[in-house]
Design a protein around this ligand. Structure first.
Ligand SMILES: [Zn+2]
Length: 178
């Protein structure tokens, strides 16, 4: 069973270790479990019963593992479901974007208000345990932001680190509002 770890723990501030290649069965199972956790967390009844918050993304250090793994389960224009091991950013757009309602995180108990600017478009290469192969994800908009939030976790970065301390709702010219 998965237990969520919070931002007062050192592991949330660490750069995580790469997983050995070829990918082990243990790593595959753990990242698939993370994906399953997200799916269940979005089931209102299940979440209420187990007293868990709904999430769309989860990184391995959020469940106490020092491994470069992350999961996404998100319904936007369509369903996106990933269980990624050793993800690498191949390219990102200069075009910036932000979520107008701000970001949240399962490891941050109280939401921190403010805009988090990220690339509008991102290309990520990773082993995906769901498809059981190395894939390339070309993401835009909400999915791209979600991926960047999780990728940050693998380097010990939290979303509020990216909010301007003095002007949290600062507007950046040409940044796309999502
Ligand atoms: Zn998070």
């Amino acid at each position: 069973m998965i237990t969520i770890h919070y931002d007062d723990e050192k592991l949330l501030r660490q750069t995580l270790n790469s997983c050995p290649v070829p990918i082990t069965e243990t790593d595959k199972q753990q990242v698939l479990e993370m994906n399953e956790y997200l799916k269940l967390s979005q089931d209102e009844e299940y979440a209420k019963k187990h007293k868990i918050r709904a999430g769309i993304g989860l990184a391995a250090n959020q469940i106490g593992l020092n491994k470069r793994m992350l999961a996404i389960y998100l319904h936007d224009d369509k369903e996106y479901s990933y269980a990624l091991i050793n993800p690498v950013v191949k390219s990102r757009s200069i075009q910036q974007a932000f979520i107008s309602s701000g970001e949240g995180c399962l490891s941050v108990k109280k939401d921190k208000p403010g805009y988090v600017y990220r690339s509008y478009k991102i290309t990520v290469e990773a082993y995906d345990a769901i498809q059981d192969k190395v894939i390339t994800i070309k993401a835009t908009g909400y999915l791209a932001i979600c991926l960047q939030h999780e990728l940050d976790h693998l380097d010990g970065i939290l979303y509020y680190d990216r909010i301007d301390k003095y002007d949290p709702f600062k507007k950046i010219e040409n940044a796309m509002e999502i």
